[in-house]
Write a protein that binds this ligand. Structure first.
Ligand code: NAD
Ligand code: WQD
Length: 336
């Protein structure tokens, strides 16, 4: 069997997806430059699955390094997670974001073409629905972005659409993730951000273990049931399983296919804080502050296409998402 090259496989979503591929019997190779992750996560994937991973410490923009992997290994498909992902930082450093995310994807596609490798699964994002679409988001809505990070996702989807049109045998699935949270049940892998977290869940987790003092709730005057922002949080293990289904779909279907991976269900910031309080067993201090620039009131998926095409749907609950996140935080208060 050919192998799967997982770019960014040491990161949060990539590591969980490697576990699911390995447990489904697919051998994986990981390429990661460890710019936002640690090699320890590779060791832990091996510990969970009891299976070995060939790890390449390399930058996806390094054409020779990527060609070397394709020369040494029989690569059947590429699952592409590698990229920079902090929205605020992308506004400060647009060139770094375009350079890393777009050029990295160019190099991968170019080398894939060179070696006749035709299967690609890409980490897209619900951010491509922009500010103007009504919820729930459906895959055929127009895409747009409000920051350089989001534009890298919109642009890469376009590049994939064009690449598929030029090579009728190529297949690319763009998985539009909603808000991935939680951790593997073992507590061995999870989200381990550098510095102060930007996203809600790792922030709550660090307040829960006592590393941060209190949660700032960014606005309570949105047109939502309790006034706080509503998002479609999805357990990272459910999300990871979606990649196995997407790769099997790509095996059978040519062309470009964007697919939402979400639960189809929205949860507010206050609901999330209270769910986490139940999981960790104590109250979490929070204060209402002003809105964060660029935030929207509500974002959740129409999850029916994933069910229809991939026979995939999310199974985990808000309770298990919080419990698994808390388990990881307790076992790894200082990260991996
Ligand atoms: P992450 O930062 O944990 O993982 C990304 C990995 O890519 C890291 O291990 C990093 O070291 C690696 N990387 C970055 N640039 C690289 C390069 N040039 N060469 C090699 N490796 C490189 O992030 P994540 O949360 O696991 O996200 C994975 C993908 O999913 C990203 O593309 C992200 O944009 C996308 N996504 C994430 C979310 C989310 O909320 N976490 C939501 C939607 C989409
Ligand atoms: C969730 C909710 C905040 C932090 C971002 C990216 C998106 C995607 C996922 C990659 C919102 C509120 C947050 C805090 C808060 N990434 N919040 N206090 O903004 O939905 O999505 O990550 O593609 O592109 O934009 O996720 O976790 O930052 O915020 O009140 O300290 O929590 O306002 O309503 P978001 P998030």
């Amino acid at each position: 069997m050919g192998k799967i090259l997982v770019t960014g496989g040491a990161g949060f979503i990539g590591s969980h997806t490697c576990v699911e591929f390995l447990e489904s019997g697919y051998p994986v190779i990981v390429l990661d430059n460890l710019s936002n992750s640690k090699q320890e996560s590779i060791r832990r994937i091996e510990e969970i699955t009891k299976k070995p991973i060939d790890f390449y410490l390399a930058d996806m923009r390094d054409e020779n390094a990527v060609r070397k992997i394709f020369t040494e290994q029989e690569i059947d498909s590429v699952v592409h997670f590698a990229g920079l992902k902090a929205v605020g930082e992308s506004v400060e450093k647009p060139l770094e974001y375009y350079e890393n995310n777009i050029n990295g994807t160019f190099v991968l596609l170019k080398i894939m073409r060179e070696f006749g490798c035709k299967k690609f699964v890409f980490s897209s994002s619900a951010t491509v629905y922009g500010m103007n679409n009504p919820v729930p988001y459906v895959e055929d809505m127009p895409t747009s972005a409000t920051n350089p990070y989001g534009y890298t996702k919109v642009m890469i989807e376009q590049i994939l659409r064009d690449f598929c049109a030029a090579d009728p045998d190529f297949r690319a699935v763009a998985l539009r993730y909603f808000n991935p949270i939680g951790a593997h049940k073992s507590g061995l892998i999870g989200e381990d951000p550098n510095g102060i977290p930007n996203n809600l869940l790792p922030y709550i987790g660090q307040v829960a273990v006592g590393k941060l003092e209190k949660i700032s709730v960014f606005g309570d005057d949105y047109p939502t049931p309790d006034g706080t922002g509503v998002r479609d949080y999805i357990h990272v293990v459910d999300l990871a399983k979606g990649h196995v289904c997407a790769l099997e779909y790509a095996d059978q279907h040519k062309g470009f296919t964007p697919i939402n991976l979400g639960t189809g269900h929205g949860v507010s910031v206050l609901e999330m804080i209270h769910a986490y309080e139940k999981a960790c067993g104590h109250a979490l201090p929070y204060q209402i502050t002003s809105r964060r620039a660029g935030d929207i009131a509500s974002s959740y998926a129409d999850a029916s296409l994933a069910k229809q095409l991939l026979n995939w749907e999310a199974h985990e609950t808000l309770e298990t998402m919080c419990a698994d996140s808390w388990n990881f935080m307790q076992k790894n208060p200082n990260g991996l």
